[in-house]
Every structure is written in structure tokens, then in C-alpha cells.
Design a protein around this ligand. Sequence first.
Ligand SMILES: *Cc1c(COP(=O)(O)O)cnc(C)c1O
Length: 460
Amino acid sequence: MGLDELPSVDEVLRTAPGQALLGRAPRPVVVAAVRAELEALRSALRAGTSMSPVVDPRRLEARVAERLRPSLRRVINATGVVLHTNLGRAPLHPTAATRVAEVAAGYSTLEYRPDERRRGSRHDHVAALLCELTGAEASCVVNNNAAGVLLALQALAPADHRAVVVSRGELVEIGGSFRMPDVMVAAGVVLAEIGTTNKTRASDYEAALRRPDVGLVIKVHRSNFVQRGFVDEVSFGEVAALARAAGVACIADVGSGLLERSSAPHLGAEPAVRDVVAAGYDLVTFSGDKLLGGPQAGLVVGRAGAVARARQHPLMRALRPDKLQLAALEATLQLVRDHGAAALPVHAMLSADLATLRARAEALRIRLCECFPDLAVQLVEVRSAVGGGALPEVELPSLALALGRAGLSPDDLDHALRRADPPVIGRIAEGRYLLDVRTLLVDDTMEIVRAVRGALDTRE
Ligand SMILES: *Cc1c(COP(=O)(O)O)cnc(C)c1O
């Protein structure tokens, strides 16, 4: 049974749900989506993964509507992982989002100074702010921190192919494809590896800095792992002092972009950009969308001469940020200057204490219980992570709602909520489906209620 019982595209479009689909997109687009959905159903029937041809037009409409919506869209992050790289890392402050929208929809001062009727530099929109917030003399912006490291190496790499000193304990991999030794080779520099995996001493730097073939030093923050036991590393401050004493240029990749030192336990022992800059590096690079709490970007700050070389480097054209990144970055930096980093969503989420989280969880629990009397909703204590390859050891005590209903497995719930619009991304732990409230934003409650309603409906 089955295959010839599937309706034709025309039959689908004549039903009321089919007509509703035609209101969402131009006819050829809807026809293509309905055809693709029917084709998928036919394949499922042939493969035996589906037993009955779906005749419910409302189900079909929902499946086709899924095909019609944008691919890149908002999700509700109920994972508790604050800097979730797959979910877009830092959420922007609403003011920064508004600034992006303003700049996006029209023309802008990206490279123009209206008051002087002349060309300007895109880097200058944030230069004064970055210098004020980091203590650096100058700055430029690239697409992400990976690009920042590449540019810094290229801009300061010795022209005569002399080597770049790097500790073997800092040849790190940061998420997927960013491997420090590979990036250095791709940047065309020769590596002068010093020390061992677990120990690098000041004397290793001193010996390397005496070699005539050495022309640059890079110090890399081990942002996503820790070493314990028989270990030694040379601090950011010491490495810069050793390089300066030897008259060799130096670069620091700080990674996570915490601007000011903090004693907050949730920020662990993250190096602060301001301290690293003060140590005397020629260039310091960091991400815009980790602990800085802004858009994807690579910030390159440091001494005026070194930054000028980076700005003028031929690679800059390939690495430069676009106007939307810069709009978000300028707004984010202004918020930090005017109200402190705590005003940003990322830091509000990271620092939210248990009382705040309990109030948020309790409000959501009550709302869910009111709406769905047969849904079991339980408050459970969990631990959430910072994420984004930052602070691997910090575990934030957090609260989650465990959802359950007879006849509905955690997998079923997870599946249905991920297919909601917007998708709700929770997690399954110890056989329970959990929504961690740490990463929820104020307006998420309504959407969660809607998603849960959909999840319960489709199973009734
Ligand atoms: C995250 C990180 C990078 C890569 O930064 P992106 O902005 O993701 O390109 C590079 N180095 C370090 C030390 C990092 O922590």
C-alpha cells in the first residue's frame, strides 16, 4: 500500500493548508517545497522507514513550512552553555542589535567622514574605544581572532625568514581547524619550538632569543584546556619582558578577550587584555564574540608602529570586517565603556547567581504547569559551562527544568522541541530532558510555551 495513495502536488495545494502555504511564498517556491516533501515521503515509504502515507494535510503543511523557512535563524539556547560556538557564541546587547539593523538597511559612514568630506578608515570607528578600554596605542579589526593571529604573524614576521619562537605547551588546537602550528606554517613563518609539552622555562626563551635566526616571539593563551602536575609556563608579562630585553618583537594571542582583570570566580584566571597590553607586546589579538560579548571579530591592538604594519598589510583586504560587525562592535564597546562589561548579556548570564536563576526557573515552571496540567515539571540543580573554548574548568552551578510526560520519552521531547520555530535546544542528562535557564533571554518564555504545546500536540 501507499505510494499511489500519496496526493499529487495539485491536490495538496487545493486543500485549506495548501492555500495557507501559498500565502507564505511565491507559487513556484511552494510547489517545489511540496514536491520535495512528497518525494521525501515516497522515499520513506519505499525504504520502509514510514509505514503509512501521511494524509493529514495539517502535518504536511507543517513539514512544508519547515522547508520554506530560513536556514539561519534564531534558536532558544536552553543548554546552559553561554558561549556556544555552534549557536553563534555571544548574543548581542539589544542596543548593539539595533545599531546593526540601522547600519544594515542603508548606506553608512563605513569609510567616509561626512564632516570632512573625505575618505576614512573602517578601523577608526572603534580605534579610540579599543585604545581606551585596553590601554593600547592603536588598533585594527579583522574578521575573527584566527585572522588576527594570521595577520599579526604576517605583519611582524621577519622578512628574512627568521624563526618565530613558540612554547611547545602552546601549540594548541582551538575548535576544529585552528591549530597553532598549522596557522604559523600557513602564515609562512618558520617555527622555533622551545620547551616541552608540560614545561617551558624562562631560560628556554633566553636561549632561543640569543639565536641569530630568531626574529619574533608568540605567546598563546591556553584557553580551552588546563595542565596539572609537573608543569611550568612563563607568564605573559615575563615573555614580553624577555623579548623586549633581547630586542625581539612579540605577539600575544589572548583568545577570549576579557578586557579587565576580574576576581569573579566564574572568570577563573583568564588573562586580561589590558594587563597583556601593559606587559609591552607589539601586538595583542583576541576574539570579539567570546568574553568581550560582541560580534564575531578579531581585535588586534598594540604599539602604533606594529598596528600600522598590520593595517597596511596586503592580507588586510581579505581579512577585514564588514559594516555589520563593526556596528555591533562599536555599540558593544560603548556599552562596556559607559556601563561596564556586566551590562552585556554574556556577563549577565555568566554571573547570574542561584537566586536569580531560581526565580527565572520558578516563573517558567509555573507558566508551564498552568498551560500543561499533565506535564511533569521539576526544578533540578545542574552545572553549566562557559563554552566557546573558554574557561574549561569553570562549572557554573545552575538550575534546569526537567520536563516529562507519560508516553513521551526525553528523546521525543528533544526531537519535537528542536523542530519548533524557533527551535528550543535543551539537553538530555541521566535520562531526563532538561532546559537550563542560565542561557534563557527575557522573551524566551512565550516561545518555549509555544514549542512545548507543539511537542505535546503532535504526540496526542
Ligand atoms: C578562540 C581562540 C582563537 C580563535 O578565535 P576565533 O575568534 O574563533 O577565530 C584563537 N586563539 C585562541 C587562544 C582562542 O582562544
